[in-house]
Design a protein around this ligand. Structure first.
Ligand code: NAP
Length: 251
C-alpha cells in the first residue's frame, strides 16, 4: 500500500513512518519542512498522487479553542479535498480518548476534526488514543520557567507513541472502519508524577508543582475522563519502560 503520513515529523508521525515501512508499505511523509502545508493546502496534490490511504497526525501547539478549531477544521477539509481529487479511498484520523464533555481549548479542535472526518466524502477510520508518554516531554518544554516546572492536574493512562503508530498502520491496512476501539496505556498515572520521573531520569533539578487549570478544560483534565473506559485496548509499554527505551533516550 502507498501510505501518506501527514505530520510525519511529529511525536507519533515519525513512528508511523517507521512502522509503515517495517510492514512493507511505501510511505510518503508530509510536513511543512518537506514542503506540504495542510493549512495553506500547498504541496498536497503532488504528495497524494497514487496514495491508497492518508494517516493524519498533524497538530498545532495551542491552548486556544478558537485556534485549535481553526487548525483542525481547515487541515481536515484541505486533506479531504485533496484526497478526493487524488482518488484516495481511506482517511485515518487520530483523536484523543475521553474528550466527550471537554469541548474546550485544544479538545474543541479535536471535536471539530472528528466531525469533519465523519461528515466528509472520503471513507474513514478514527482511532482515539490516550496521551503519549512523549506528552510529559511536551509539557516540560511548554511549562518550565527557569528551574520551576508546572504540571496541570491531570489523571491519565499514557501510552507509547510507538504503539499508537503501530495501531494506526493496522487501521490503515484494515480499510475504512469508522470509529475503532480506543487505545490507552497499561498504567494509571498523574501528569505531575510523570514530569517528576522524566526530570529525574534526565538529571534535571528543580521543583515540579501541580496546579489545577481553571475552567472547563481544567475540570476535564482533573476529572479522570481522559483515562478512557473499560473497553479500551491497553498498550504494553509503561512510562518507566519508555523512559529506559531508545525512544526517550535518543531525543
Ligand atoms: N501528544 C499526545 O499526547 C497525543 C495523544 C493522543 C492523540 N494525539 C493526536 O496525535 C496527533 C499528533 O500529535 P503529536 O503530539 O505527534 O504532534 P506534534 O509532535 O506536535 O507534531 C505535529 C506534526 O504536524 C506537522 N504540522 C504542523 N502544522 C502543519 C501544517 N500546517 N502543515 C503540515 N504539517 C504540519 C508538524 O511538522 P512541521 O512543523 O514540519 O510542519 C509535525 O510533523 C494530533 O492530532 C494529536 O491531537 C496526540
Amino acid at each position: 500500500m502507498r501510505i501518506v503520513v501527514a505530520g510525519a515529523t511529529g511525536a507519533v508521525g515519525r513512528h508511523v513512518v517507521v512502522a509503515g515501512r517495517e510492514r512493507g508499505h511505501e510511505v510518503v511523509g508530509m510536513s511543512r519542512s518537506s514542503g506540504q502545508d495542510v493549512i495553506a493546502g500547498t504541496g498536497l496534490r503532488e504528495a497524494l498522487a497514487g496514495a491508497d490511504v492518508v494517516i493524519d497526525v498533524t497538530s498545532v501547539m495551542t491552548t486556544s479553542g478558537k485556534a485549535a478549531v481553526s487548525f483542525f477544521r481547515t487541515a481536515t477539509r484541505n486533506l479531504l479535498t485533496a484526497e478526493q481529487q487524488a482518488g484516495v479511498g481511506h482517511h485515518v484520523a487520530l483523536s484523543i480518548v475521553g474528550i466527550d464533555g471537554i469541548d474546550a481549548a485544544y479538545y474543541a479542535g479535536k471535536h471539530a476534526q472528528e466531525r469533519e472526518v465523519a461528515a466528509g466524502d472520503v471513507p474513514w477510520s478514527l482511532l482515539r488514543a490516550a496521551q503519549f508518554h512523549e506528552f510529559a516531554e511536551q509539557m516540560l518544554r511548554q511549562l518550565s520557567f527557569g528551574p520551576l516546572t508546572l504540571a496541570p492536574k491531570m489523571l491519565m493512562r499514557p501510552v507509547a507513541a510507538r504503539e499508537v503508530a503501530a495501531a494506526l498502520v493496522e487501521v490503515a491496512e484494515a480499510g475504512p472502519s469508522g470509529r475503532v476501539p480506543d487505545l490507552v496505556g497499561p498504567t494509571e498515572e498523574r501528569l505531575v508524577d510523570l514530569v517528576r520521573r522524566l526530570r529525574r531520569a534526565d538529571g534535571r533539578r528543580g521543583p515540579t508543582v501541580e496546579m489545577r487549570l481553571p475552567g472547563a478544560y481544567g475540570r476535564g483534565l482533573a476529572s479522570g475522563a481522559l483515562r478512557g473506559g473499560p473497553d479500551a485496548r491497553r498498550g504494553t509499554i509503561d512510562f518507566d519502560g519508555w523512559l529506559r527505551s531508545a525512544d526517550h533516550r535518543r531525543r
